[in-house]
Write a new protein. Structure first.
Length: 95
């Protein structure tokens, strides 16, 4: 693909929960779906996905500034590595 990609890169941390800074929670079925959901939200700069399948609540927590990191088994968190203009995001290019 020629030109710059509109997809965002994330630094992923296993067994880390980002506590606080919540924008909202979504019921997503996979880490990839949670990441895509964050990518499409204007204010989202990070997310925490709960990998435990027995957890019955929302598994994807979208974050803005104001969170702290905590060790937490069964979670995966991602931090946006590269900020691009939200108006240039193309959902078809988000992986």
């Amino acid at each position: 693909m020629a030109g710059a990609s509109c997809a965002l890169d994330y630094d992923v941390m296993r067994d880390v929960n980002l506590q606080g800074g919540d924008i909202g929670a979504r019921r997503t079925s996979s880490l990839g779906e949670c990441r895509r959901t964050c990518t499409l939200q204007l204010k989202c700069i990070a997310f925490t996905f709960i990998t435990t399948r027995t957890f019955t609540g929302p598994r994807c927590w979208l974050k803005q500034r104001g969170y702290v990191t905590q060790a937490s088994s069964g979670t995966v968190s991602g931090l946006v590595r590269q900020h691009l203009a939200r108006s240039r995001r193309d959902p078809a290019q988000v992986l």
